[in-house]
Design a binder for this molecule. Structure first.
Ligand SMILES: NC(=O)c1ccc[n+]([C@@H]2O[C@H](COP(=O)([O-])OP(=O)(O)OC[C@H]3O[C@@H](n4cnc5c(N)ncnc54)[C@H](O)[C@@H]3O)[C@@H](O)[C@H]2O)c1
Ligand SMILES: [Zn+2]
Length: 235
């Protein structure tokens, strides 16, 4: 990218597209999601109306991600995280753990995590790999009140203050594998621009906000991200 020598602080936003080549369905790309309307499985109203349906849906997703493995894009980002001397933050909308399993450390899950359960009785979060449909007891308080630790539509994403602080300091904002349809993440490119960062999109196709980016490349995440990381590390 132009001006790359001046880049020290990087914020990377990732979406479902970065995990697509690991065999995890994107939101609009088919699979499990297409058998359900979003408002039937991914809203607090849906959970209140039909908790069994919602718990079963997330139990299937939680089980599925554990059979998947990170791909070259996750590994390239983990390498960048390891070797980049400046500030770096991977803000992910993904609820899978493939960034971590690839070795990335500076990861923030703004939409929660499949492998975590949240107790609505005591408010504690516990690591979780099994199903929730049978209403298991909360490891902290014993109440049968666990729900997926997932930010549903209409709920507030996690750690927005930290994200904005990082955007404010960023010299480069990179958006990878996200459709640009889900706010507030879709607005980060404009926030980053206002804060003076350069902006780069890497996605299979132009996202809804593609015109906000200084530069955009379209293709597979495994190819685009590996090439970009090599460029950043001067390989
Ligand atoms: N893996 C996951 O954790 C997962 C999966 C599905 C949905 N979600 C949730 O649903 C919401 C969906 O928003 P989103 O923008 O992340 O996803 P999205 O499904 O709306 O968009 C995915 C984007 O990735 C692109 N894409 C697909 N395959 C690609 C590839 N191989 N390489 C590069 N790009 C590719 C698509 O063209 C699309 O623009 C998020 O809030 C997220 O929490 C998470
Ligand atoms: Zn509890």
């Amino acid at each position: 990218m132009a001006g790359m020598k001046d880049i020290r602080n990087i914020v990377i936003l990732t979406g479902a597209g970065v995990s697509a080549e690991s065999g995890i369905d994107t939101f609009r790309g088919g699979g499990l999601w297409e058998q359900h309307r979003v408002e039937d499985v991914a809203t607090p109203e849906a959970f209140a109306r039909d908790p069994d349906l919602v718990l079963r849906f997330y139990d299937m997703r939680r089980e599925a991600i554990q059979t998947r493995v990170p791909n070259a894009a996750h590994f390239a980002l983990a390498k960048l995280d390891r070797e980049w001397p400046g500030e770096l933050l991977i803000v992910t909308q993904n609820v899978d753990d493939l960034h971590e399993r690839a070795g990335a450390k500076r990861v923030l899950h703004m939409h929660g995590e499949h492998l975590c359960a949240w107790c609505t009785a005591c408010d504690e979060r516990s690591p979780w790999t099994g199903p929730l449909i049978d209403r298991p007891a909360c490891p902290e308080c014993g109440a049968a009140a666990l729900r997926p630790d997932i930010v549903w539509f209409g709920e507030m994403p996690y750690r927005m203050d930290e994200i904005f602080e990082a955007l404010e300091r960023a010299d480069l904002f990179v958006s990878i594998g996200t459709s640009g349809a889900v706010y507030p993440a879709a607005g980060f490119v404009r926030n980053a621009r206002e804060f003076g960062a350069e902006t780069l999109e890497l996605n299979l196709e132009p996202s809804q906000g593609t015109h906000w980016f200084d530069e955009a490349h379209h293709g597979l995440a495994t190819e685009l991200v590996t090439a970009w990381v090599d460029e950043m590390l001067g390989a």
